[in-house]
Design a protein around this ligand. Structure first.
Ligand code: ARG
Length: 627
């Protein structure tokens, strides 16, 4: 593997598009690639094939302690082991090969011991840092390069089941999916978002049965989704027939007593809808507009939108063909009246695509959806941002889809971007006091109400402004609390924690932005004019240096988010960046210091503000001018 040309130490002229050579880390990794293949060719360690290279280069990371430089390569340990040599010797060899890399210094210290036990420590040269951060300042992408090979990426997220109230669980898919969408788009990919609504599932059997047996017309006229929700909840109790549920709901119990066959009839209502029964279709159609209006209102509040809303119902016309095609190819066969694909072997539960009563399933729709997306969108990747409890469904789905042999599927990455459960402060799945799941709308309302108490009586704000600020802070807090978690773990939902002004919270980050921008107000400085003047930023002090280096990591962090679909890497970095800004701001004069430092520091502050704002924007979190 050849090294791509070393970084141009002079950097692009202002106004050009920086990032052609990538971030500092990209440039350094390119230099490592050259050094490692050179060392391999000279027999220092076994040949690293091109395929091994990405994993080796992934070991070039930021150091935690500036004493050891700004970056460190840790691959010498593993390579030395394979070659039966001392890690130190391998590190020294690679460091020597890197020595000629413009912009980077491998010979700085620690005194007498440049590589320690085998780390390859690298410091960014001051001129190179100044050039890079000054270039980011005049770049409307803030120094973030575009991906070299843009892909078409379908993101299937949010996808709630309509006519069931949206609850706290849906916030995760919605918020994580939206953040990934924004980040991947900013990186330069072509992202297609699709809200795969559950608008055709068994909940409609319950609602249809309820509609026919116990609807309240006046309640429906007044608030259609509330009435549909009530029907859904009470019919589910009747169909499940759990004595404790029925004991708590006398109306449902009475109905259950009158309709001993209810559970069966509910299933038949779904089957009838799927078979095209005219009355059920008509009713379904009459329910949909109110259901959609309800969810759309939530998306507006969350500032989330979709390119497509191809719900399960859209794929209905294709389902029968999916089953016959799978049967014809000998992949699906009958199993106790139903039809399934035995993806995990004959002794394991099959992936069911048709029930004994003829109804199609979630699985059937998902298969049809993959085929449709490939035919119409030609994606390189499809991401499903869905609860981890559906892990087995997606495993079976992906296996079945591959066996089915949808043309072109072998070149498509299918990824289940799974996430954990939202817990209450008692450590159990988040519920209201009465034991119901928490509705998403009331969850947002409460967040905003509590934020209003925090925003409190800022003198200068009108009532309307205060409400707007509270909405931004409250919703931002809920989103950030979700996004800053490692997505695969469960997390505890706590209004108090998420609205704290200290710590890794949205409020702290929003406050940091307001604080950065306050400098310009205080100094009466025209930020636009400052930007047009394209000043040189010279990070001379260690605090400035630390801040500049963090700013220049923006592109790396977004790449890392994409590699693992983990928005929390972005929140962690933003929090770190805000901390470095505080250290800079608290210890160095800005407005009162002499030129040229004054302008350099102002520019660094302005850039920090823009980067923080952009980072929050990529998470779908708004900022306010004052709080
Ligand atoms: N409607 C499903 C639910 O709420 C999620 C759908 C996810 N997307 C998919 N293509 N299966 O659980």
């Amino acid at each position: 593997m050849a090294a791509s040309g070393p970084a141009d130490d002079t950097g692009p002229p202002s106004g050009a598009s920086p990032g052609a050579d990538g971030t500092l880390r990209d440039q350094l990794r390119a230099a490592f690639a050259g050094a490692l293949s050179g060392a391999a060719a000279d027999g220092v360690f076994p040949v690293a094939t091109a395929a091994d290279m990405p994993a080796l280069l992934d070991q070039v990371r930021e150091t935690a302690d500036p004493k050891f430089g700004d970056f460190s390569g840790t691959m010498a340990m593993g390579l030395a082991k394979a070659a039966g040599r001392k890690p130190r010797d391998v590190a020294v060899d690679v460091a020597k090969r890197l020595a000629a890399t413009p912009g980077f210094d491998t010979t700085f210290a620690p005194p007498g011991d440049p590589v320690g036990p085998g780390f390859i420590n690298v410091r960014v040269r001051d001129e190179a840092l100044a050039t890079a951060v000054s270039a980011a300042f005049v770049d409307d992408r803030l120094g973030v390069p575009r991906v070299a090979r843009p892909e078409t990426i379908v993101i299937d997220f949010s996808s709630p089941n309509v006519a069931k109230p949206m609850h706290v669980g849906h916030i995760r898919s919605t918020v994580i999916g939206d953040a990934l969408t924004r980040i991947l788009r900013f990186r330069g990919h072509r992202v297609i978002t699709d809200n795969h609504l559950g608008d055709w599932g068994t909940q409609f059997g319950m609602i249809l049965w309820g509609w026919k047996h116990c609807r309240d017309d006046a309640a429906f006229a007044a608030d259609p989704t509330a009435e549909l929700g009530r029907l859904y909840r009470s019919v589910r109790k009747i169909a499940d027939a759990k004595p404790e549920d029925l004991a708590a709901d006398p109306a449902a119990a009475a109905l259950a007593a009158r309709h001993p066959g209810a559970a069966e009839e509910v299933l038949q209502e779904t089957a009838r809808l799927h078979a095209g029964d005219e009355e059920n279709r008509r009713l379904w159609q009459s329910f949909m507009p109110a259901c959609l209006a309800d969810i759309e209102r939530l998306y507006r509040r969350l500032d989330v939108s979709f390119d497509h809303w191809l719900g399960e119902s859209f794929f209905q016309p294709f389902l029968a063909d999916v089953v016959t095609d799978l049967e014809r190819r000998g992949l699906a066969r009958e199993s106790r009246g139903a039809v399934g694909v035995f993806v995990d072997g004959d002794d394991k539960p099959p992936f069911l695509v048709r029930k004994a009563d003829g109804a199609f399933l979630y699985a059937t729709t998902d298969l049809a959806t993959i085929r449709w997306r490939l035919e119409h969108w030609h994606p390189d990747r499809i991401l499903y941002v869905v609860d981890h409890r559906q892990g087995q469904h997606f495993e079976q789905l992906f296996k079945t889809a591959h066996r089915w042999g949808i043309p072109g599927l072998d070149r498509v990455a299918l990824v289940h971007v799974a996430f954990g459960t939202v817990l209450g402060e008692d450590g159990k799945p988040f519920k209201t006091r009465s034991g119901d799941t928490v509705g998403l709308e009331s969850l947002l309302d409460e967040g905003v109400e509590r934020a209003a108490a925090v925003v409190a009586a800022d003198e200068g704000l009108s009532d309307g402004e205060r409400r707007l600020v509270a909405e931004t802070i409250g919703i931002g807090a809920i989103k950030y609390a979700d996004l800053c978690q490692n997505r695969t773990t469960d997390y505890v939902f706590s209004y108090d924690k998420m609205l704290e002004l200290k710590g890794n919270t949205a409020a702290y980050m929003q406050y940091a932005v307001a604080r950065v921008e306050g400098v310009f107000e205080k100094g009466g400085i025209d930020r636009m004019a400052l930007r047009r003047s394209a000043p040189a930023i010279v990070p001379a002090d260690p605090k400035e240096r630390a801040l500049a280096l963090a700013i220049l990591r923006f592109g790396d962090v977004l790449a890392d988010v994409e590699a693992d679909y983990r928005p929390n890497l972005l929140t962690t970095w933003l929090y770190d960046l805000a901390g470095r800004y505080s250290a800079f701001y608290d210890s160095l004069p800005i407005l009162k210091c002499p030129e040229p430092e004054r302008t350099s520091r102002l520019a660094l502050a302005d850039l920090t503000g823009r980067v923080l704002r952009k980072g929050l924007e990529l998470l779908g979190i708004g900022t306010v001018r004052r709080m």
